[in-house]
Design a binder for this molecule. Structure first.
Ligand SMILES: *[C@@H]1O[C@H](CO)[C@@H](O)[C@H](O)[C@H]1NC(C)=O
Ligand SMILES: *[C@@H]1O[C@H](CO)[C@@H](O)[C@H](O)[C@H]1NC(C)=O
Ligand SMILES: *[C@@H]1O[C@H](CO)[C@@H](O)[C@H](O)[C@H]1NC(C)=O
Ligand SMILES: *[C@@H]1O[C@H](CO)[C@@H](O)[C@H](O)[C@H]1NC(C)=O
Length: 363
């Protein structure tokens, strides 16, 4: 199977991460930004088992239970793609639909509404020497296992890596990414997101899908501060937490976003005792539910690690601490914009961690 071939190829990479569980690096692909959008993803999609891919996509769509609502979303998705969706995303989605043998409305819907279902943990740390690490767990509470679809992608223009990101096969946006030597970004869903129709309405108001804004920012923001500026103020379709890390001491920020602006912001500040930032899926000042207090357990793990011991190994361990990692954790991505070659995502074998009681579904 093509899939296995990809994994075997990756087996030659050397991993410095220590873990008792069988985590493995996700497949890594190049996307050429010099190709027309319609043609970019085809070579990647062809490496997957079509029957399986189609089954995944249909299953994702089946998470929208209400048939009337679903038909309406399909109509809106097509309208959006034809009238409003910006390039290169519209073209890439058309190309993907063609390669997959799915309707454009189906691929558009999957792309646009993914951002409503992520629950994640993002952490930025600063070492005593002022070196910045950024790690994230991507948690998805689906009844289907999407581990096979995760990929790291290097976006290439003129033979150079312009940016790198992690996504799922068929999804053109990025929820995790790196602009080499500049900054890294991760996004976490904010609770109000569960209401899909609000996001749909936002789209028609020409607000921007978050995962596309992240890709745009990685593509064109010249530095950390401009990235923070763009991600703080551009109108977006869904409420979101955005975590951005740079390359210099103090360059780390956790942003809480409303659709039309900034709700809250917190910076790294070592002189104020903040050598790390933790972001999960709850507002900082609210009480986090006891059954899902990843913030508490991550903070505790970082406290006991200590700033003098933080490095990519120990940060990975923090993200692997029980109650930080959960049964929904699909992948862990480790990045550091100052050392872009270290960007890597691992599939987590986390199914036997305690289940969160929360049921996630889409309306
Ligand atoms: C693709 O997946 C299907 C369903 O799991 C399987 O039956 C089929 O043999 C696979 N095809 C290839 C070429 O591996
Ligand atoms: C991806 O592109 C980079 C930069 O051009 C190149 O060095 C690398 O070999 C390519 N990787 C693959 C798998 O084609
Ligand atoms: C960091 O914290 C110190 C002490 O509270 C404060 O004086 C300083 O302005 C803060 N720096 C930034 C960049 O927020
Ligand atoms: C972590 O350490 C800080 C500073 O010492 C302390 O205020 C906080 O309560 C600790 N949190 C946990 C969860 O251990």
């Amino acid at each position: 199977m093509a899939w296995l071939g990809v994994l075997l190829l990756l087996g030659s990479c050397s991993f410095t991460y220590t873990s008792e569980r069988k985590d493995y690096a996700v497949p890594r692909f190049n996307i050429s930004l010099d190709l027309p959008p319609e043609e970019r993803w085809k070579p990647i999609i062809e490496q997957y088992n079509f029957t399986e891919l189609q089954r995944y996509m249909k299953h994702l769509l089946s998470l929208i239970k209400d048939h009337w609502l679903k038909s309406m979303y399909f109509i809106m998705a097509d309208m959006y793609l034809d009238l409003l969706a910006p390039e290169p995303y519209a073209g890439e989605i058309r190309g993907i639909a063609k390669s997959f043998g799915l309707k454009t409305s189906e691929v558009t819907l999957i792309n646009l509404f993914y951002e409503t279902v992520m629950a994640c943990t993002s952490i930025i740390t600063e070492t005593k020497e002022g070196y910045i690490y950024h790690g994230r767990n991507m948690d998805l509470y689906f009844s289907i296992d999407l581990r096979k679809l995760v990929m790291d992608v290097d976006f290439i223009r003129n033979g150079q890596i312009v940016y790198t990101g992690t996504t799922f096969t068929g999804i053109v946006g990025l929820y995790t990414g790196q602009s080499p030597h500049k900054f890294t970004i991760s996004s976490n869903a904010r609770e109000d997101n569960q209401v899909l129709w609000k996001n749909a309405l936002s789209l028609l108001l020409r607000r921007y899908p978050v995962s596309w804004l992240i890709r745009d920012t990685l593509n064109s923001a010249p530095d950390f501060n401009s990235a923070v500026e763009i991600l703080s103020h551009t109108e977006i379709t869904a409420e979101m937490y955005l975590t951005i890390a740079g390359t210099k001491p103090g360059e780390g920020v956790a942003i809480t976003r409303d659709r039309d602006g900034l709700a809250d912001v917190l910076n790294l500040n070592v002189s104020d005792g903040r050598w790390f930032l933790v972001q999960t899926n709850y507002d900082r000042e609210t009480l986090h539910p006891p059954h899902d207090n990843r913030m508490y357990y991550a903070t505790q793990a970082l406290n006991s690690t200590g700033q003098e011991n933080i490095n990519k190994d120990s940060l990975y361990k923090v993200l692997s601490t029980q109650n930080v990692i959960t049964w929904g954790t699909v992948h862990t991505t480790m990045m550091s914009a100052a050392s872009p070659e270290d960007y890597v995502s691992f599939i987590r074998n986390s199914m036997n961690y305690p289940q969160l009681p929360k049921k996630r579904y889409i309306t």
